[in-house]
Ligand binder design. Structure first.
Ligand SMILES: Nc1nc2c(ncn2[C@@H]2O[C@H](COP(=O)(O)OP(=O)(O)OP(=O)(O)O)[C@@H](O)[C@H]2O)c(=O)[nH]1
Length: 605
């Protein structure tokens, strides 16, 4: 049987998952009843948020030109934070379906994902989706695709994942246009004999309560069967294959050996996801290949925050919840930490802000714990006067200023797609965030692509929300990390009632310090309830106080709450934390609510 391995890539919400489900239904892989539920997004949270978090792979059969084709397709997430999942999925494929919404047109992640596919040498089939929408402009968008990505407009397939229009044509195009599975060279050093050896690329792994770790792989050469003793070439660990199969889309065992070119799953008594390295090569223990397949880079956490137990939750409960979740999602990191102010907790690292939100929510929901979370920060690179260079992920870990030669912060290159009329305001926003203009490029009559270099720290919190509101929701953005850069950065400490609260320390640009300090204290003043005594709030750099505020004591007549809460905050994260008042931390004699720890993020713009 002929095989086609491909993935579906798109900007968020352009219809990947719906299209994937439609492909399943059209090839008879799911029944009408099953179809009702979106099949591929299986995690509850995914369904609620309507976004794909974990890539899934499915195998179906399509009949074309008198032959059966096995189509293995891999659904990928579209959000910026999950870039690394997209690139790992691409490694297992020969082709990609690029889905573009026929009302929205090419967006930032359309471009980013298409480039990832081009870099991986994949054959692309452009699909203009949602043609059933009243506002659909398929021809126009096809031209846009050609203009921006160089994919010929006449090769675009017009579909509606909703009505099923164009789906047969798409299935046929997959069989006709995408290449046969290609054996992959394992770099130049690999001996020719390796081509015949069993080499499978691990492109994903999931934890299953019943089976342990389920490894998703793409076999590039040789065979694999149940009972084989395998070896992971990177970790050098050995396992025995207990079960092999495919997702159709339910896990379906197979007795026959897997052949080169196929995509499938295996179960091999692997206990936790930490034992599996995505990108590692599986080979046979008794007839191993010499060289591993080119893997891909480990995801690198860029955003960090602390979680501390609050309310009834104890540290041990939190540890159990974090450890358990890590078995399921190895892409976040955690290590125990202690704060002078908040006690014992965990410092966690995430791929981005959305990833952080999801982990926090899953911890509370699945781990049943109550948390206080500190404001997210980025990694900083510190060079000391004695030449020692190291990274810190917590402003509290900064050494004494007299020892520091320079502080370097992570930079990003942001590619923003925006309507023409928002360009001025967007540039102003980027300037406020210490951005550096790179270039501007024509996309269509009404839209431009704007490139900026920005400090990551200035974009992690509300930058995206601001971009959305400036562009009335039409702007989109994608970014790549772009190394570290020196700047005039200092640590600002916050003292509550004379006590330094380490969890509130931030690293800020020197020129912005006074202003940020004032804004921060004002916010703290709103968030912390009045107590029976007066509470001084101070911001300090080194020993020098740069801003102060005072929370008055509760007078006899004051019965109502003294603050009205802040309505300007848009982030969902904080909306969910209405119950935040239960989440308090007592620092000295002062109760500080969860919201206060987020106050450091307020830029005061
Ligand atoms: N009218 C119409 N709506 C569609 C079509 N395809 C998808 N949608 C809708 O568009 C929205 C987004 O679709 P999804 O399939 O979840 O998009 P996605 O690209 O998978 O999004 P993520 O997984 O979050 O990246 C949903 O509300 C779908 O019902 C279509 O062809 N026509």
């Amino acid at each position: 049987m002929k095989i086609r391995n491909f993935c579906i890539i798109a900007h968020i919400d352009h219809g990947k998952s719906t299209l994937a489900d439609r492909l399943l239904a059209s090839t008879g892989a799911v029944t009408k009843r099953e179809e009702r539920e979106q099949t591929l997004d299986s995690m509850d949270l995914e369904r609620e948020r309507g976004i794909t978090i974990k890539a899934s792979s499915v195998s179906v059969i399509h009949h074309y030109a008198g032959e059966d084709y096995m189509l293995n397709f891999i659904d990928t997430p579209g959000h910026v934070d999950f870039h690394y999942e997209v690139s790992r999925a691409l490694q297992a494929c020969e082709g990609a379906i690029l889905v573009v919404d026929s009302a929205q047109g090419v967006e930032a992640q359309t471009v980013a994902n298409a480039y990832l596919a081009i870099e991986s040498d994949l054959e692309m089939i452009p699909v203009i989706n949602k043609i059933d929408l009243p506002g659909a402009r398929p021809e126009e968008i096809a031209l846009e695709t050609e203009q921006v990505l160089g994919l010929p407009a006449e090769e675009c397939i017009f579909t509606s994942a909703k009505t099923g229009a164009g789906i047969q044509e798409l299935l046929d195009a997959i069989c006709a246009k995408l290449p046969d599975p290609a054996p992959r060279k394992a770099g130049d050093e690999a001996p020719e004999s390796d081509d015949q050896k069993t080499r499978a690329l691990i492109f994903d792994a999931k934890y299953d309560d019943y089976r342990g770790v389920v490894v998703y792989f793409r076999l590039f050469g040789g065979k694999l069967k149940v009972g084989d003793k395998i070896r992971m070439m990177g970790t050098k660990r050995g396992f025995a294959v207990g079960e092999l199969g495919k997702f159709k889309p339910k896990m379906t065992r197979q007795k026959e050996p897997m052949e080169a070119g196929e995509v499938g799953y295996m179960v091999a008594s692997i206990k936790t996801l930490a034992d599996v390295n995505i990108g590692d090569t599986i080979t046979l223990d008794n007839d191993p290949a010499e060289c591993a397949l080119p893997g891909y880079q480990e995801p690198h956490p860029m955003v960090f925050c602390d979680f501390y137990p609050s309310g009834e939750t104890q540290f041990d409960d939190l540890r159990e919840a974090v450890t358990k979740l890590h078995i399921n999602d190895a892409s976040f990191t955690y290590q125990p930490t202690t704060s002078e102010a908040l006690g014992s907790g965990f410092r966690c690292g995430f791929l981005g802000m959305l990833h952080m939100d999801i982990i926090q929510e899953r911890l509370e929901r699945e781990g049943n714990v109550s948390l206080v979370q500190t404001a997210p920060t980025v990694t900083y690179e510190i060079e000391q006067r004695d030449g020692v260079v190291f990274e810190i992920t917590n402003p509290a870990d900064l050494p004494d200023p007299s020892l520091i030669k320079e502080i370097r912060e992570p930079m990003i290159t942001a590619e923003i797609i925006t309507p023409n009329k928002s360009i001025g305001d967007l540039m102003k926003l980027c300037d406020q965030r210490r951005g550096e203009y790179k270039k501007q490029q024509y996309l269509s009559e009404t839209r431009q692509i704007l490139d900026y270099e920005l400090p990551l720290a200035e974009t992690i919190y509300d930058f995206y929300d601001k971009l959305k509101s400036i562009t009335s929701g039409y702007g989109t953005m994608d970014y790549q990390l772009n190394g570290f850069r020196r700047d005039n950065l200092v640590k600002m400490d916050i003292l509550v009632n004379g006590t330094r609260v380490d969890a509130l320390s931030v690293i800020v640009h020197r020129d912005k310090a006074e202003y940020r300090g004032r804004v921060l204290l004002k916010r703290l003043k709103q968030e912390i309830d009045r107590h029976l005594f007066e509470i001084p709030l101070q911001a300090a750099i080194g020993g020098k106080i740069i801003a102060r505020e005072t929370i008055k004591s509760v007078g006899k007549n004051v019965t109502a709450k003294c603050y009205g809460g802040d309505v300007t905050r848009k982030r969902k994260l904080l909306e969910k934390q209405k119950k935040g008042k239960e989440r308090m931390k007592r620092v000295g004699t002062v109760d500080i609510p969860q919201e206060a720890f987020m106050a450091v993020l307020d830029t005061g713009e």
